[in-house]
Write a protein that binds this ligand. Structure first.
Ligand SMILES: NC(=O)c1ccc[n+]([C@@H]2O[C@H](COP(=O)([O-])OP(=O)(O)OC[C@H]3O[C@@H](n4cnc5c(N)ncnc54)[C@H](O)[C@@H]3O)[C@@H](O)[C@H]2O)c1
Length: 331
């Protein structure tokens, strides 16, 4: 393990900080590190939402920059005044990537390249955390994936994320840059765009609509609460080894039909709301990762699924205006 870094007196550039996980990370970083500053670079796609950060908008340690991670001049200008980078910005919805992968290649591949290439010009930057996903390993019917296992992405989304992982590694090996790759499992919590599985099921149940379950409902996902995801990113940027890859496993594997049952039960809604729909093309059967490396950095998930789900349901029930607005805007 390398010596611990610090955020004291440092400025961190967060890309995609107006999205679901990025907005939690921005808020948590400002709360946990009183002497740190955060610059949030976000293009505000349909998934980016400044309402997510209204409570920190006036904090003098926070700055929002509207722009694209592919804008070379803008990125270089920002890199000149930060000491660390956490890269969340991405196109993230698998179904959208199946419909058209163009934006995914642009942002997830070309965007990652633009950021990494800028890093070459700023040797003072101490860390670059590239936030990837468990989906890069493809379906894992048997042994849980280790960081050294081959990447076998199945969806265009996962393929573009895997390309970003490879670039991050190559820029470490070739130029000695301090890149760290994180591969977290399926993440859920407040402020997640309601096209994703848990908020889709919760918001549909709140409106008495059906919960669409793909195929036979037996696909397995490993769930991670958003605050735990953010603490893993923090562990990696403070204590992660440059050039390393860390799987961030939630340790909570569940079939999708089980998930639908747990959501409906938690909301006291009838199971008759479940509706099986034709399977997603290329749908991975199971994601599973061995997360022992990140645990060696002192991280482990702290929020049990029942508690995370309770908080999530409560938030969507109390913030109907938030999700109705973003849902309408994205149509
Ligand atoms: N949500 C999950 O379950 C999950 C799990 C593992 C990893 N991840 C990864 O975590 C990261 C964040 O995921 P999320 O669910 O918060 O995503 P999200 O879709 O909610 O947010 C993405 C953000 O990136 C911004 N963005 C998109 N393209 C951009 C560009 N070209 N330039 C600048 N900003 C741009 C959007 O405006 C948005 O604010 C992604 O890299 C994703 O692959 C997500």
């Amino acid at each position: 393990m390398s010596t611990e870094r610090t955020l004291e007196g440092k400025t961190v550039l967060v890309t995609g900080g107006a999205g679901f996980i990025g907005s939690h990370f921005v808020r948590e970083t400002l709360r946990r590190h009183k002497d740190a500053r955060v610059v949030n670079l976000d293009k505000l796609t349909y998934a980016g939402n400044l309402d997510n950060l209204r409570d920190v908008a006036e904090d003098p340690r926070y700055e929002f920059v509207f722009g694209d991670i592919r804008d070379k001049a803008l990125v270089r200008g920002l890199f000149a005044r930060v000491q660390g980078v956490v890269h969340f910005a991405a196109e993230t919805h698998v179904d959208r990537s199946i419909y058209d992968a163009g934006e995914f290649v642009q942002t997830n591949v070309h965007g990652a390249y633009t950021l990494l290439d800028a890093l070459r010009a700023f040797p003072g930057i101490e860390f670059f955390v590239h936030v990837s996903t468990d989906e890069v390993y493809g379906s894992r019917p048997g042994r849980a994936a280790r960081e050294t296992d081959p990447l076998l992405p199945s969806s265009p989304y996962a393929a573009t994320k895997a390309a970003g992982d490879h670039l991050a590694r190559a820029y470490h090996v070739t130029y000695g840059l301090p890149t760290i790759v994180l591969r977290p499992s399926n993440t859920y919590g407040p402020c997640q765009f309601p096209e994703k599985l848990i908020p889709l099921f919760v918001t549909n149940a709140l409106e008495g609509k059906t919960l669409p379950v793909f195929g036979d409902g037996l696909n397995v996902r490993d769930w991670l609460y958003v605050e735990d995801h953010c603490r893993a990113v923090e562990a990696a940027l403070l204590r992660g080894r440059a050039g390393a890859v860390y799987n961030v496993a939630g340790g909570c594997e569940m079939t999708n039909i089980d998930l639908a049952h747990r959501i409906l039960d938690a909301m006291e809604a009838p199971r008759e709301l479940i509706q099986y729909v034709p399977d997603r093309p290329g749908h991975d059967r199971r994601y599973a990762m061995d997360g022992s490396l990140v645990r060696a950095l002192g991280w482990e998930p702290a929020v049990p699924f029942a508690e995370g789900l309770k908080r999530t349901v409560r938030w969507y029930a109390a913030n109907k205006a938030w999700w109705r607005k973003v849902r309408t805007r994205s149509l």
